[in-house]
Design a binder for this molecule. Sequence first.
Ligand SMILES: Cc1cc2nc3c(=O)[nH]c(=O)nc-3n(C[C@H](O)[C@H](O)[C@H](O)COP(=O)(O)OP(=O)(O)OC[C@H]3O[C@@H](n4cnc5c(N)ncnc54)[C@H](O)[C@@H]3O)c2cc1C
Length: 443
Amino acid sequence: MAPRVDPVASDETLPARADVVIIGGGIIGSSAALFLAQKGVSVALCEKGHVAGEQSSRNWGWCRKMVRDPRELPLVIESLRIWERMNETVEAETGFRTCGIMYLGETEADLARLESWLEHAREYQLDTHVIGGAEVSQRLTGLGKKWAGALYTPSDGKGEPQMAAPAIAAAARRHGASIIQGCAVRGVETAGGRVCGVMTEKGRIQCQSVVLAGGAWSRLFAGNLGIELPQLKVLGSVMRTEKLDGGPEVSASGGRFGYRKRMDGGYTISTLGVRTIDIVPDSFRLALDYMPAVRVHWKKLRFRFGAKFAEEWRMKRRWSLDEPAPFEAVRTLDPVPDPVILDRARESITDSFPMFRGVKIAESWGGMMDVMPDAIPVISAVDTVPGFFIATGFSGHGFGIGPGAGRLVADMVSGSPPIVDPTPFRLSRFTDGSHPRPHPLAS
Ligand SMILES: Cc1cc2nc3c(=O)[nH]c(=O)nc-3n(C[C@H](O)[C@H](O)[C@H](O)COP(=O)(O)OP(=O)(O)OC[C@H]3O[C@@H](n4cnc5c(N)ncnc54)[C@H](O)[C@@H]3O)c2cc1C
């Protein structure tokens, strides 16, 4: 079942031209549209379904700096600064609140492993620190189980995924951006080797720059342009409870659960790190790129072989711009959640918080994450197609960093000084001999 997402008004007419066309109305595309529009750049955002229909409404809503890959830290620090002012900026409720996030350690060994991330926290003067079991019990109301301790970042926060990207897109529209929903972009047109427009299912838009913020669809889109983006899809499964009074306010994960208290008084619950991977043709094409990540995360992966293989095998990988593209066949990617993951999460959270035992699960959903071999995004110009930019591959943690990433893209496209150094996010890291790998601790 798809979670209900706040609606955003659509522009009915396709503009003949815009300075920048953004492909995808998730948190990344919407944030980029807002920051570009605020700079006075003319923007058209095309979304094949509706704003935040895919990952951006289906995530847990954690906005965290803690236990990030150090390469992401400067950007996520900026992103949290933007989140803190977000409700004011967009003049609407995005659900952002500073609530603190904890990673619980069951044993001293777990705690020591988490503690080793503190060297990165110190480098950026973050407030992340280790707390003992007694303080964990005192801070997490309703906790019934004893934990050895936790890594805790009081300044980390949360947003409401079903409200945030829509509020940002609506603000972009008020600043002059066109938001066209139900409009898949089929491909990019070039003249003299550089971008001159896009072809959508509703017609052509002339433009100087294009930003691909297509989430799980980005590899397919880029591939049709001859750009190799080594991105895979991983299923996350989530449930939402009915309102539950007297539970913890601080978001936390431990054992096989992770949760966030929602604005509606219920909890979003899932399990951190355990993810379902359907074996598809790309699993074989990209096997070598993902070996280092599979070695690091082996215990947390659940591989499945089934109908997805044939489905993706049959999907067109090349098409011309005058014929329907595969994006038009799937308006909203709405995968079925994995019941094994949900059962594990439910069992694990009730083991720690007995108050969750009888609570009714109001709904559950799946979300397809777009991952990269080194689990950090691509936010990059594409040298072979001047005017084409990619902002994708947020690897299961793009909601928190999303506004910062949108700002960085806007800076790059408009030629402004970038908010942070974008070098770690360059596309060429996969071909320049850097051998990108995931950080062993980051999640
Ligand atoms: C279960 C789950 C839990 C998560 N938890 C967290 C969390 O707690 N914290 C966190 O920071 N992150 C989390 N994430 C990750 C986060 O949700 C994503 O990284 C982030 O939402 C990615 O945003 P996006 O805009 O890149 O992609 P999306 O939100 O997927 O948006 C991409 C959009 O592009 C559109 N599109 C694609 N191709 C085309 C085309 N050709 N034409 C027009 N439109 C197109 C799609 O329809 C889609 O709406 C989680 C993800 C999942 C699935």
